[in-house]
Write a protein that binds this ligand. Structure first.
Ligand SMILES: *[C@@H]1O[C@H](CO)[C@@H](O)[C@H](O)[C@H]1NC(C)=O
Ligand SMILES: *[C@@H]1O[C@H](CO)[C@@H](O)[C@H](O)[C@H]1NC(C)=O
Ligand SMILES: *[C@@H]1O[C@H](CO)[C@@H](O)[C@H](O)[C@H]1NC(C)=O
Ligand SMILES: *[C@@H]1O[C@H](CO)[C@@H](O)[C@H](O)[C@H]1NC(C)=O
Ligand SMILES: *[C@@H]1O[C@H](CO)[C@@H](O)[C@H](O)[C@H]1NC(C)=O
Ligand SMILES: *[C@@H]1O[C@H](CO)[C@@H](O)[C@H](O)[C@H]1NC(C)=O
Ligand SMILES: *[C@@H]1O[C@H](CO)[C@@H](O)[C@H](O)[C@H]1NC(C)=O
Ligand SMILES: *[C@@H]1O[C@H](CO)[C@@H](O)[C@H](O)[C@H]1NC(C)=O
Ligand SMILES: *[C@@H]1O[C@H](CO)[C@@H](O)[C@H](O)[C@H]1NC(C)=O
Ligand SMILES: *[C@@H]1O[C@H](CO)[C@@H](O)[C@H](O)[C@H]1NC(C)=O
Ligand SMILES: *[C@@H]1O[C@H](CO)[C@@H](O)[C@H](O)[C@H]1NC(C)=O
Ligand SMILES: *[C@@H]1O[C@H](CO)[C@@H](O)[C@H](O)[C@H]1NC(C)=O
Length: 667
């Protein structure tokens, strides 16, 4: 926190203190507030002294050292973070979250002398991997315990079971274990518990009782979900995504009729989705995506008429048709049915859902014709129907000038697709023909790889100033790559590979300074090796092979060129150890005009004559010196990246890529 703000806080605090003293002086009647008890004041000061203030102990930007204002001669009831009972003057609440506290808490900590504490929040500090001492049992009135993100470790002590008043426990983001007691004991003993946050706490056990919220996502919880989960009759919210659960989902889960939010996605559940789910009539959010279910249909969804936010059933081995009743869920924002074996026609009612933000229908067996003109949701953010057997058309009756999609060809206008807020358009792997449809300017990711699009790539594509990923590979585009990338260019990934593109690599690409990935493999580009591409500070992957590149691979002009380049190509055997020669050579495969080290082909007469500027830098001897150190050091991570980018990507990988990979690159 900026010191000025801290100062202000201290000032305000002093002011309040003065006011308080003033009030007390005016009304010296003991009925106002009893002063804080000496032993508690003492305990708090001792606790303060047992720790140090260390600004790296808290991560919240608004953190500040609350204990700094605690003074020996003050009334502890007015101290920052301290709450006293109005009648008894006992300390009943202590909120020292995000207070830069650093140090160990051990069994003789005077914290455990505050026996009247009901609320204890020490979140977002650094207690140096302390274990929670068993003396926690000295705080029997505790009903709200929050130790999230505070570097506690080890086993959660059994004594916590004695704190029967606990209503809320938040132990997120600590490297703690919950083995003995396990979750079952915890939940059975703490019968008042309503909120239990254990994300990233290592737990292993079963369950029971009045629990309303059980959030376990990202934990190492594994094995079968116990049948006894059905005893948690009060459960309203159960999130266990991204754990290691396997086996069948117990059918008793269908007994939890109060559930309104259920997320079991990204586990390894197998067997069928329990038919008892038709009883979960309160569900507004349901995600079961990415599990290992055996195949089943989706008709049970028709019973869940309250689903108003999310249906996530991608990668659930679902087959059959999409039940048209889903078109009745008019509030639905997210419908993810990708990567299944769904077939037949996509019901038109789905497209008419007015509040859709995300619609994933990709990688299924849908047939027939999709009229994208029916998509009317103004909120649409992501729409994926790639990898089906669909023809896509627009609605020519629509008042907006809609595209005559696909077979009919497209009008090439930036406004050609009607959704002004579209951010992600995936149309790869269909049978799109004709010219490239230009998505709205809001588009961030545009995938139309693996179609039958022809003609030139319209210049208008350079006008899409929000575009980050542009995938046009494996079509039949011809002509030159448009040369109108402006200084607004935000592209990070460009894939023009496997087309019939000719001409040069457009020099205006130099405006795309954020470029990290460029693939123009398998075209008919006729150019010299584009060492000018080295000006991209972030370029990591450059794939040029199978073109008509020629000339000498020169050393870049300045050291900063190709700063981050890790992969010049992967041809998808991977070299090991120091065998970079192999790597190098194949990198420029099928560009027969290229020569010079490390290619086996020496430059012949004339060919090794470098431009004067480069010769000046003494690059003639080993023209391919550029960036190899970077290639070597970045190799391990680069490898992973390369393999991933080499695959046909599905939505999840894209989301992952954008979220993790690009985010990481940005740091
Ligand atoms: C501050 O805390 C960090 C860990 O959060 C620790 O690494 C560092 O040594 C501490 N500094 C002092 C002066 O205690
Ligand atoms: C943090 O823990 C380490 C290891 O237990 C210990 O050596 C060190 O003194 C502790 N630091 C503080 C400030 O308590
Ligand atoms: C608390 O215990 C530690 C060892 O566990 C000891 O070093 C320290 O002096 C004790 N502090 C007090 C106040 O008794
Ligand atoms: C625990 O405290 C942190 C930081 O103050 C807060 O973000 C979190 O919501 C709290 N947990 C609960 C369950 O209130
Ligand atoms: C979860 O498991 C992973 C891999 O086994 C391990 O690295 C991680 O530390 C575990 N997390 C916890 C909270 O125990
Ligand atoms: C809970 O679910 C199981 C399995 O579906 C069922 O046999 C049992 O009768 C249900 N119990 C209650 C109390 O509804
Ligand atoms: C998925 O389930 C099948 C049986 O239906 C099993 O053979 C396979 O090992 C499971 N895969 C995973 C990753 O759990
Ligand atoms: C599910 O819906 C069907 C058809 O509307 C109905 O016959 C059935 O009773 C419903 N089941 C439950 C458990 O509500
Ligand atoms: C979904 O329904 C629940 C309960 O019926 C309601 O509280 C919530 O606001 C609704 N959400 C939306 C997005 O309509
Ligand atoms: C939509 O709901 C109405 C009743 O609200 C029902 O009559 C109709 O059959 C439902 N539509 C579909 C496609 O299920
Ligand atoms: C690109 O946008 C500019 C102004 O925004 C416009 O004048 C120009 O015609 C557009 N180019 C294409 C090819 O659409
Ligand atoms: C970069 O874009 C600007 C317009 O924004 C344009 O004038 C310039 O020529 C472009 N650079 C290159 C190398 O084409």
């Amino acid at each position: 926190m900026p010191s000025s703000v801290r100062f202000l806080t201290v000032r305000m605090f002093s002011l309040l203190l003065l006011l308080f003293i003033h009030l007390r002086a005016c009304h010296s009647s003991p009925s106002i507030h009893p002063l804080c008890h000496d032993e508690e004041s003492h305990a708090l000061l001792q606790f303060k002294q047992s720790l140090v203030i260390n600004e790296s102990a808290s991560s919240d930007p608004s953190a500040y050292p609350k204990v700094a204002s605690w003074k020996v001669d003050g009334d502890c009831c007015s101290w920052d973070g301290v709450e006293c009972d109005r009648d008894s003057g006992h300390v009943i609440g202590l909120d020292l979250s995000s207070s830069f506290l650093y140090g160990s808490i051990n069994s003789n900590s005077t914290l455990f002398h505050l026996v009247h504490l009901g609320r204890l929040n020490l979140a977002d500090n650094d207690f140096n991997n302390s274990e929670i001492p068993s003396e926690i049992r000295n705080l029997p009135r505790l009903f709200d315990l929050n130790l999230s993100q505070s570097s506690f470790s080890g086993q959660i002590p059994e004594e916590i079971l004695q704190l029967s008043k606990l209503v809320s426990i938040d132990l997120r983001l600590n490297s703690m274990k919950l083995r003995k007691p396990g979750l079952q004991h915890l939940v059975e003993s703490l019968t008042n518990l309503e909120v239990l946050h254990l994300s990233e706490v290592d737990i292993s056990a079963k369950s029971g009782s009045q629990l309303e919220t059980l959030l376990l996502e990202g934990t190492n919880f594994s094995g079968q979900l116990p049948e006894s989960i059905g005893n948690l009759k009060s459960l309203k919210e159960f999130h266990a995504a991204e754990c290691y659960f396997s086996g069948a989902i117990p059918s008793s889960l269908g007994n939890l009729t109060k559930l309104n939010s259920l997320d079991l996605s990204y586990n390894s559940f197998s067997g069928k989705i329990p038919s008892t789910f038709v009883n979960l009539l309160q569900l507004t959010y349901l995600s079961l995506s990415s599990n290992n279910f055996s195949s089943g249909t989706l008709h049970w969804l028709c019973n869940l008429t309250n689903l108003n936010s999310t249906i996530g059933l991608s990668q659930t081995n679902s087959y059959g048709e999409i039940p048209s009743c889903l078109g009745n869920l008019t509030q639905l924002a997210v419908l993810k049915l990708g990567e299944n074996k769904l077939a037949g026609q996509i019901p038109e009612s789905i497209f008419r859902l007015p509040n859709l933000e995300t619609l994933y229908l990709h990688e299924n067996l849908f047939r027939g014709t999709v009229n994208v003109g029916l998509l009317k949701s103004k909120s649409l953010v992501s729409f994926q129907i790639n990898y089906n057997n669909l023809s896509v058309i627009g609605n020519s009756n629509d008042s907006v000038a809609l595209p005559k999609f696909q077979i009919l060809g497209f009008e090439q206008s930036v406004d050609i697709l009607p959704w002004n807020n579209l951010r992600y358009l995936g149309l790869s792997g269909n049978k799109l023909e004709g010219a490239l449809p230009i998505p709205p300017r809001s588009t961030i990711i545009y995938q139309v790889s693996n179609n039958r699009l022809t003609g030139e790539i319209p210049q208008a594509i350079c006008n899409l100033t929000s575009l980050v990923i542009l995938q046009l590979s494996n079509n039949s585009f011809s002509g030159d790559i448009p040369d109108a990338f402006s200084s607004d260019c935000t592209l990070r990934e460009i894939d023009f590979s496997q087309n019939q593109l000719e001409g040069k690599i457009p020099r205006s690409l130099a405006n795309c300074t954020k470029l990290e990935f460029l693939n123009i493999e398998k075209n008919k580009i006729t150019d010299v090796f584009p060492s000018w591409l080295g000006i991209f500070p972030k370029l990591r992957v450059l794939i040029l092979r199978s073109n008509r590149l020629h000339g000498v691979i020169g050393k870049p002009r300045a050291n900063f060129e190709f700063q981050r380049l890790q992969i010049v190509d992967l041809s998808g055997p991977i070299p090991r150890g120091n065998q970079f020669d192999t790597f190098d050579r194949t990198s420029f495969d099928a560009n027969p005009g290229l020569c010079g080290k490390p290619l086996s082909r020496k430059c012949g007469n004339g060919e090794d004559s470098l431009p004067a500027a480069k010769r000046d830098e003494g690059s003639a001897a080993y023209p391919l010196e550029f960036g190899w150190k970077v290639v070597v050091t970045g190799y391990a991570s680069g490898l992973v990246i390369g393999v991933i980018l080499g695959c046909v990507m599905d939505t999840r990988k894209y989301e992952w890529l954008v979220k993790n990979y690009f985010a990481r690159w940005q740091r």
